[in-house]
Design a protein around this ligand. Structure first.
Ligand SMILES: NC(=O)c1ccc[n+]([C@@H]2O[C@H](COP(=O)([O-])OP(=O)(O)OC[C@H]3O[C@@H](n4cnc5c(N)ncnc54)[C@H](O)[C@@H]3O)[C@@H](O)[C@H]2O)c1
Length: 245
């Protein structure tokens, strides 16, 4: 099976599910974890738009697994026993080079040795491949994906119930989220993951953390944006012209 076959299968499933959700639960928070997230979220947005019920504050691409991996790998390097003591922003998209870890923005701050930087970025971007190899053809990440889905869903539920100060990066339609339009103008893409302040309306605010990122991070961002443009237009095209069965 080729990547395109995989895309068509998952894209078709997501499109069908969102068509039903748009009818029966038009105000639901929709968390899309099915890959390729970079394209399945634009597909979802297009379907919701075509049904007249799109609200960007309620549609989330779940990229938390990239953050979980980044926090785990950084903790290993800086010698922290518990990765949850670190907050590592990971922005952009959710595959390969579209994943942009911002190690200059880790809290509490950390120093990544120069000789470890490239390998660390690569491991965050392609950690999923390590799992596929380790399972030797028997599947991809499942337990870590379940944890990531749980972590994001729990945060959103708590925020929806009124808990304050809950922030998690998510892949959203930026122009439809307060604070997002300016970030979309800066990056040149409308669908993009940045830290999102969560609340009763869902995505209450997109937080711009692109200011004073390092030169290396700027280069990662440029590669991510270029990859994302293709992924987004592939999703939008699919939503309007799905292949005939
Ligand atoms: N975002 C992430 O971090 C992340 C990480 C890993 C995997 N994933 C994605 O998560 C998805 C699930 O992965 P998995 O490893 O659990 O796959 P899986 O094949 O083990 O499970 C898929 C499930 O979907 C069901 N299904 C198939 N067609 C359906 C349909 N039309 N309607 C409803 N259900 C249907 C199948 O019966 C099966 O139970 C995939 O799209 C994968 O790419 C995302």
């Amino acid at each position: 099976m080729t990547r395109d076959d995989l895309f068509n299968i998952n894209a078709g499933i997501v499109k069908g599910l969102i068509e039903v959700a748009a009818e029966v639960a038009p105000k639901a928070f929709i968390l899309v974890i099915s890959n390729p997230v970079n394209s399945t979220v634009p597909i979802s947005a297009e379907v919701l738009k075509s049904k007249g019920v799109f609200n960007a504050q309620r549609l989330f691409g779940v990229t938390t697994l990239d953050i979980v991996r980044a926090e785990t790998f950084v903790a290993e390097i800086v010698g922290k026993a518990n990765p949850q003591e670190l907050t590592v922003p990971v922005i952009g998209g959710h595959s390969g080079e579209t994943i942009v870890p911002l190690f200059s923005k880790v809290t509490p701050s950390v120093t990544i040795p120069d000789d470890k930087y490239d390998a660390l970025v690569n491991r965050v971007q392609f950690g999923g491949d390590e799992v596929v190899k380790a399972k030797d053809g028997a599947g991809s990440a499942t337990l870590s994906m379940a944890y990531a889905g749980y972590r994001f869903a729990e945060k959103l539920l708590k925020a929806a119930a009124g808990a304050k100060g809950l922030v998690e990066p998510s892949y959203v339609y930026l122009p439809g989220v307060p604070g997002g339009k300016e970030i979309a103008e800066k990056t040149g893409v409308d669908f993009f993951s940045v830290p999102i302040e969560l609340g009763p309306n869902g995505a209450e605010k997109a937080i711009d953390i692109l200011g004073d990122i390092t030169e290396k991070e700027k280069a990662l961002l440029a590669a991510a944006v270029s990859g994302l443009k293709g992924n987004i237009s592939k999703g939008v095209t699919f939503a309007h012209n799905p292949p005939q069965k």
